[in-house]
Design a protein around this ligand. Sequence first.
Ligand code: PXL
Length: 273
Amino acid sequence: MKKVVSIQDISCYGQCSLTVALPILSAYGIETAILPSAILSTHTGGFQGFTSLDLTEEMPRILAHWIREGIRFDAIYTGYIGDARQFELIRKAKNSILTAGGKLMVDPAMADHGKLYGALTPDIVAGMRTLVRDADVILPNLTEAAFLLDVPYEEQYDRNRIMEMLKKLGEMGPETVILTGVSFENGRVGAVAWQKESGVYQECFTERMPRDYHGTGDVFSSVVIANLLNGVDVSVALKRACEFVVESIRNTMPDAEHSYGVKFESVLAKNRV
Ligand code: PXL
């Protein structure tokens, strides 16, 4: 049984970050610990006046205790990080609580649709770049990839451009690069993956749903990471995650009031492994 620790915020309400990662990883049979980076009343996309308690001071105390206890994990899965001081702690965690061969998996959840999330500052981008250098697997969307590579976000691109981005992201450090929100034809969208050592390139596309929702990146990353930890091949992990997200959106759309996240729970219940 694999053991992972997820480092990201608790958005108490809003179906994202740890309230998505924890149930999904658990349902896939992975023991999941959390190292929360902050506690917010909601996520920052679309709610007004959210509260936030930063946990930068507490995180080293939690990590130190785990080190004293000899606790080890097969993977660290990071997501939204709201304070750039935490990148150093994540690096320390990588060097102290991973098993031999343990992986650092980074979803650089910081931007979408060409823009940085509202509560984030440019030092998060700089910090995320350093984290990507240490990562084994990264899962950016196209906007995050542009920020990481320090190139303009372009809505128009072709397969050559995407291959170039995958390779450049791989050159930053990670063995596996999974890029999301990629579309080469109208009505289809999905994810592509590049494995540096073998040079294997894979694609997975599903129908483009007519609405965008917060939290779909977190659902996607959690399903991919759960599958990879269970030894599933990257191409199968991509397919399962793309289908999982589409199904969650399909589930959510009939409820027009529900705009802050996706109803992934019943999809998870159906896909129990
Ligand atoms: O789903 C990404 C995410 C996670 N955590 C917080 C966020 C967001 C996206 O906006 O605001 C606090």
